[in-house]
Design a protein around this ligand. Structure first.
Ligand code: BES
Ligand code: ZN
Ligand code: ZN
Length: 498
């Protein structure tokens, strides 16, 4: 989608007219340049209540004497904020089939620069289809690129353009995450992800990607990553992204679970809907997408990321329930269920993160079905060893309308996970209750202390369980279907706004 910004009243293509609930006529400030007959037509529709301006609603109109318009509902005037404008922008694209043509001009009455930018952001975000595996019909209007001109007042052009440039860059990160998540698992395997990261980094002078391959992982003692991935012909690897590594001081560290397909391993999952386990690399996609968002918008700070890539397969080389493995941290884990594999690969990723002496660590993982039971597809589960840090992440999520809900890290859950008779810890709780919390407590054991000091302070860390929010989120209006690309925007906001 091409977005341009300019002041002026001329309308190219279809006029987009955002209206709040109960608008009875076209706002006078928008009358200039509007075809008189079309204006009366719209006014009649509004005064007769045929278009109510409800959030997410749209109505397409062809002027009897020329001109085309799409009325776009903003919802209640008292609730009007950037979120409402973002949703309205998204609803235009969601209804593009009903719009006549692919060129739009958006006009606003009394909207702030932030709100106009959010409208464009919603259009950009929603302008996504995953059709790489479908044959193309070039004549189809839906295949054509949309163009939209956002009209503003004189003097607003520069600020609005730069805001939209940022939204476009961040959207490219969200869409990258969605592409990675939607890619079928026969084409998205650990090495394919690593190769894509390697190729991607070439376009940015300030980003380096390092791949720790299977042999190197074995040699380094990454027992968690190796145990999960060794059952597959597609061998596991770790991918390290370093952005602006030369900048002095500490930077954020993101860690992602990258299970490119989760069959459950020897503890095999039931067959129904197993195809959805291609999204089990959603954490690694969030991390990669965030790096793209930051790099494409020219972020100059230091950021590091680690993705733990493996395919969880049953085979004669696969790990078994009953095995005891040794992780990078030196801690041993008794494997009680090979389907609790995300926490194993993350144990090595989190421990490795300490090498970079980060300001904080955030991990993203489609970790537990229990988190989906707790929060549905509406909110990500959020745990942290630092209350203030957890609040900051929660607020960053709220600022961009990506909900992350605070969950408890309790000593009782940690105790449950260390109760193994033959190893330091175990990968399964005592029962299924509180499964998202016991998983978080398990991870906490692998968050290093600053400088790996034995009695030092643990690095501030947060865990985000995106099992319910990375896919299947039908109420997420920025997404049609498939991978959602959630939390690229949250992370961009957190990292760039402090
Ligand atoms: N990848 C799954 C979690 C998952 C479930 C993600 C549903 C998305 C939707 C994870 O590896 C898993 O299988 N977890 C088990 C853990 C259990 C064996 C302790 C689960 O949630 O059942
Ligand atoms: Zn699993
Ligand atoms: Zn999994």
């Amino acid at each position: 989608m091409k977005v341009t910004v300019s002041p002026g009243h001329n309308i190219n293509g279809t006029l987009l007219l955002p209206l709040f609930e109960g608008s009875e006529s076209v706002p006078t400030s928008l009358e200039a340049g509007l075809h008189t007959a079309l204006k009366s037509q719209i006014n009649r529709i509004l005064s007769e209540g045929d278009f109510k301006g409800k959030a997410k609603s749209t109505m397409s109109i062809i002027g009897s004497e020329g001109g085309k318009a799409m009325l776009v509902g903003l919802g209640k005037e008292e609730d009007l904020d950037a979120h409402a404008y973002r949703k309205a922008g998204a609803s235009v694209v969601a209804n593009r089939k009903k719009a006549h043509g692919t060129d739009f001009t958006a006009r606003f009455s009394g909207a702030s620069i932030e709100s106009m930018g959010a409208f464009a952001e919603g259009m950009l975000l929603r302008d996504y289809t995953y059709d790489h595996y479908k044959q193309k019909d070039e004549d189809d209007d839906e295949e054509k690129e949309l163009t939209v001109r956002i009209t503003c007042d004189e003097g607003q052009e520069k600020e609005l353009s730069s805001l939209i440039f940022t939204h476009a860059g961040v959207t490219s990160g969200v869409h990258l995450s969605r592409d990675l998540g939607n890619c079928p698992p026969n084409d998205m395997y650990p090495e394919a992800f690593a190769d894509q990261a390697w190729e991607w980094a070439k376009q940015y002078d300030n980003v380096d990607v390092t791949i720790i391959n299977y042999d190197q992982a074995v040699k380094a003692g990454m027992g968690g990553l190796v145990a999960v991935g060794m059952g597959s012909a597609r061998k596991p690897c770790m991918v390290i992204f370093e952005m602006n590594a030369g900048v002095k001081g500490r930077g954020p560290m993101l860690v992602g679970k990258g299970i490119t397909f989760d069959t459950g391993g020897i503890s095999l999952k039931p067959g129904a809907n197993m195809d959805e386990m291609k999204y089990d690399m959603g954490g690694s996609a969030t991390v990669f997408g965030t790096m793209e968002a930051l790099a494409s918008t020219g972020y100059a700070g230091k950021v590091t990321a680690i993705t733990c890539m493996a395919e969880n397969m049953p085979s004669s080389n696969a790990q078994r329930p009953g095995d005891v493995i040794k992780t990078l941290s030196g801690k041993t884990i008794e494997i009680l269920n090979t389907d609790a594999e995300g926490r194993l690969v993350l144990s090595d990723g989190l421990w490795k993160a300490g090498e970079f002496d980060p300001e904080y660590i955030i991990d993203f993982a489609t970790l537990t079905g229990a988190c989906v039971v707790a929060l549905g597809h509406e909110a990500t589960g959020l745990w942290s060893n630092d209350d203030d840090f957890r609040t900051r992440i929660h607020e960053a999520g709220n600022a961009v309308d990506e909900l992350a809900w605070p969950m408890p890290l309790l000593p009782a859950f940690e105790k449950e996970m260390t109760n193994s008779k033959i190893a330091d810890t175990r990968n399964l709780g005592a029962g299924r209750w509180g499964g998202a919390n016991t998983a978080a407590a398990f991870l906490k054991q692998f968050v290093p202390n600053r400088g790996y000091e034995k009695d030092g302070e643990q690095i501030p860390w947060a865990h985000m369980d995106i099992a319910g929010t990375y896919w299947g989120a039908k109420t997420n209006s920025m997404v049609g279907n498939g991978a959602t690309g959630i939390h690229v925007r949250t992370m961009y906001h957190l990292i760039t706004n402090g």
